[in-house]
Ligand binder design. Structure first.
Ligand code: FES
Ligand SMILES: [Fe+2]
Length: 376
């Protein structure tokens, strides 16, 4: 196995037909230099989900988060405009917003009290009389691009990136008929997993290959043989007709409808829909060996009367997730073994994984050959 970053990148053949293709090689999942390259050239350049639109609906609503290691705040201005900024004070770099979400009339840094408007402009700096050559207008919070789609808020740290609708491409009309905007947020579960973020994505994109083996409950409501896989632009849709089953009562009761819809959008967002149900999975790389996955659950009816049904449904999702979690951690250990280099792909099932690996390879190879960019 090569050891230089160029050698590691070159060891994946992104032009091979699916019938000849292998996965990206093991070092891509375990080498911290690849993780850093991904932070700079994938997560700092793609549209990243940061909030729900209902969290930033009213003037003064804000959320704060971290994207590709950068502190970010998204805030609705008094003029109704949604804006995003680096959550970094222009004085001595403290985080201006320290709560994950809330309501404010202005933003005040907790360190020395510098005040910013909801539009990011610098409004006040205590005890700075006598400072010369300081242009207040040039010292507002540094803006970041923000756009919304359906009920989701995205930011992009790259000023040169394509607009969100172009990035999402055909995913937009493909998701539209499902009417996810009619659903309401219900609950969140967060999982810290000892595996590379790509192991989690690969597991998601194996076209149901693992479902009959790992998820017996879920398997009972899916028509595995009819499972379809559709690759387009930067998304993969895996879909399966639903069958009624009394094999697993909780799954049968909470996973309904004609079809299951599993969308993955490059690089790290999944949207899973059944009738009256959606969960989103947002995969955050922590380091080469760890990721965090945030599941948000939405339902058509979130009234009190429906609470226990919805909770049962979240618990079914949680059980599937626990089943995935163990295998992902096992895979991460295997990827470090001297016995493993790369694996072949099932032509019937694993086209989505190949799309993922090709998109990732294109991004990493494109920017690694541009020193000015790789170094920024
Ligand atoms: S770091 Fe924000 S006021 Fe000093
Ligand atoms: Fe799974």
């Amino acid at each position: 196995m090569p050891n230089s970053i160029e050698g590691i990148l070159a060891s994946y053949d992104d032009r091979a037909a699916l019938s000849d293709a292998s996965t990206i090689p093991a070092p891509w999942y375990v080498d911290s230099r690849i993780a850093e390259l991904e932070r700079l050239n994938v997560f700092s350049r793609t549209w990243q989900l940061v909030a729900r639109t209902d969290q930033v609906q009213r003037p003064g609503d804000f959320i704060s988060t971290v994207v590709a290691g950068e502190p970010v705040v998204v805030v609705r201005g008094s003029d109704g405009v949604l804006r995003a900024f680096y959550n970094v004070c222009r004085h001595h770099a403290a985080a201006v917003v320290t709560q994950p979400c809330g309501q404010a009339t202005g933003l005040q840094c907790p360190y020395h009290g510098w005040k910013y408007g909801l539009d990011g402009s610098l409004k006040g700096m205590p005890v700075l009389d006598g400072v010369k050559n300081f242009d207040r207008a040039q010292n507002g919070l540094v803006p970041i691009r923000v756009e919304t789609w359906e009920c989701f808020v995205f930011v992009n740290l790259d000023d040169a990136a394509v607009p969100l609708p172009e990035f999402l491409g055909r995913l937009v009309p493909r998701v539209a008929p499902l009417g996810i905007g009619r659903l309401h947020y219900f609950d969140r579960r967060t999982y810290d997993i000892a595996c590379n973020w790509k192991v989690f994505v690969d597991n998601y994109l194996d076209g149901g290959y693992h479902v009959p083996h790992l998820h017996k409950g879920l398997s009972s409501v899916l028509d595995y043989k009819q499972y379809t896989i559709e690759n387009e632009d930067r998304y993969c849709l895996q879909s399966s007709p639903m069958v009624s089953s009394d094999e697993d009562a909780a799954t049968g009761a909470t996973r309904k409808g004609d079809r299951a819809w599993y969308f993955w959008q490059y690089p790290n967002l999944m949207i899973n829909c059944y009738e009256g149900y959606m969960d989103t999975n947002y995969v955050i790389p922590v380091d080469a060996d760890h990721c965090r996955v945030v599941f948000d659950f939405y339902f058509g009816d979130v009234s009190e009367a429906r609470r226990s049904y919805n909770t049962d449904s979240v618990n079914v999702g949680n059980r599937v997730q626990e089943e995935d979690l163990g295998i992902c951690e096992d895979v991460q250990r295997g990827l470090k073994s001297r016995a493993y280099g790369a694996g072949r792909l099932s032509v019937r099932r694993e086209a989505g994984e190949q799309l993922f690996h090709r998109l990732l390879a294109a991004d990493l190879k494109r920017y690694v050959s541009t020193p000015a960019v790789a170094a920024d």
